[in-house]
Design a protein around this ligand. Structure first.
Ligand code: FE2
Length: 198
């Protein structure tokens, strides 16, 4: 397991890099702050050793929007490639590459193969990152999943690739949300069932 010092360094490095790269995009930075805060709140749904990775990935998930990183124009891939070039650990690059069902949009952009160079996994960590992203609004405000999806479809427009991918992404978002909620409830059960000291 990562020690406290290692976890602190990882999270601090991620936040610093995110703030540097997203400095030209203040609202994207606000959204990222919201995602990072929500990731902290959801951290107990993932294994203890994965918690710093979740929070670091939350800080970094949208760095691909940074103007100087634009290459393919697909932010999960541009961000992940940049992080890989800087030597960030593969699991964080993969989380950034695949966050929020990026694969569904990548296939419409014919970037599916490029995205698959980053390992795809689906687990508590990817669920928590997706839910943190999909419940944080464009300026970091907390939104329900439905509000966030409506907002996204309005911003991108009905003919956008995001709209075209939505039929496949929406069930993924809803199932990730339900899995995260179930994990949170099962944690609370342990607390409620604990013997009360008198
Ligand atoms: Fe995001």
């Amino acid at each position: 397991m990562e020690g406290h010092a290692g976890a602190y360094e990882l999270i601090w490095s991620a936040e610093s890099l995110s703030r540097e790269l997203l400095a030209p995009l203040p609202s994207r930075m606000l959204h990222t702050e919201g995602v990072a805060s929500t990731a902290v709140a959801l951290a107990r749904t993932v294994a203890v050793e994965d918690r710093p990775v979740l929070i670091a990935a939350a800080w970094l998930h949208d760095v691909g929007y940074a103007p100087r990183l634009q290459s393919t124009g697909f932010h999960p891939l541009d961000g992940a490639r940049h992080l890989e070039s800087l030597g960030w650990r593969p699991e964080i690059c993969a989380l950034v590459a695949h966050h929020s069902g990026a694969r569904f949009v990548a296939s419409l952009r014919e970037l599916g193969e490029d995205l698959r160079t980053f390992e795809f996994t689906e687990n508590a960590l990817t669920d928590a990152l997706t839910v943190a992203d999909q419940t944080s609004g464009p300026c970091g405000e907390p939104l329900t999943l439905d509000e966030r999806m409506r907002n996204m479809l309005r911003r991108h427009g009905p003919r956008s690739l995001n709209a075209r991918a939505h039929a496949r992404r929406e069930p993924y978002f809803r199932s990730a949300w339900a899995r995260v909620a179930t994990r949170l409830l099962s944690i609370d059960d342990v607390v409620v069932d604990a013997p009360i000291a008198v």
